[in-house]
Design a protein around this ligand. Sequence first.
Ligand SMILES: Nc1ncnc2c1ncn2[C@@H]1O[C@H](COP(=O)(O)OP(=O)(O)O)[C@@H](O)[C@H]1O
Ligand SMILES: N[C@@H](CCOP(=O)(O)O)C(=O)O
Length: 309
Amino acid sequence: MNGNLVRVTIPASTANLGPGFDALGLAFQLYSVVEMQKSEQTTIELVGKELQGTPADKSNLLYQIAAQLFEKAGLPVPELAIRASSDAPLTRGLGSSAAAIVGALVAANQLAGEPFTRDQLFEMATRLEGHPDNVGASMFGGIVVATMPEIADAPIPFIRLSPPVGLQALVVIPEFPLSTEKARNVLPQVYSKQDVVYNVGHSSLLVAALAQGRLDLLGQAMGDRLHQPYRAELVPGLKDILDGATAHGALGAALSGAGPTILCFFSTEEEREQLQEFVDRVMNGHGISYRVMILQPDEHGVQVEIHQT
Ligand SMILES: Nc1ncnc2c1ncn2[C@@H]1O[C@H](COP(=O)(O)OP(=O)(O)O)[C@@H](O)[C@H]1O
Ligand SMILES: N[C@@H](CCOP(=O)(O)O)C(=O)O
């Protein structure tokens, strides 16, 4: 080993929040950690059950992304000792690939002597992930509203908002994986004018409601016609939860990212209890194994520590 060990902590995230397809992301206090150090030989240590099955050689996403950063900086790609863990499950719609990309870019950038700014890293992460919602939230924390620029290679325009005070999420995480790629492939190529207008209105109202802390509007504002109706066939229980959540304690509900996790916002203990009972009834009715997590928004985004070795 030689030089500094960089330890990066990255929040998981939920994307879309219903109507904001590929545009809205919210970071959660649920973290993955990437440690990276230059070394004589590349080693990849994956700690914990969530990363089981992830490759432990140079085909690992973390190594691949780090190597790309060194190349982009015009530096030789070093051998790397990488150690990673994740409290967030993979392929469940909680932004694990975005967190991995952000973590690897930020760690490698530090080892490379910080050739890129945070905004440039966000731009690189967005192009690698294909959309800015999860990577924005993992990078900057809070709520990120972003869109792809018209001009190739231009900076990604975004605004970060602080989450409304008291907003919490009950997330229902089915035991089965659903890759983002598969869940994107069920979406249509073309939408009706009515559906597009519906989503423009709902997404706009949602951003305004989040900016002003209007939790009372979330239930209406989180309606979506662009992705959830098509993905419902892949996620048993989704339609029932979306239809019934606000009558059972939720401020609003959505598919988390591409799924299969389902997100229900709440703010009081009474709402949480009511919701828990409701989602248990729905999921058990569909015979689906799942777990529930209560998650708070993360306000800080990716965090870096440097240890001298
Ligand atoms: N820490 C990690 N190390 C290596 N690969 C990872 C890591 N985290 C996620 N991935 C990759 O990302 C994939 C999951 O991405 P995706 O299908 O977009 O689901 P999601 O981002 O919703 O968890 C995993 O199958 C794995 O290939
Ligand atoms: N906007 C994307 C978000 C994918 O999120 P993930 O957490 O499932 O990777 C989409 O809806 O496809």
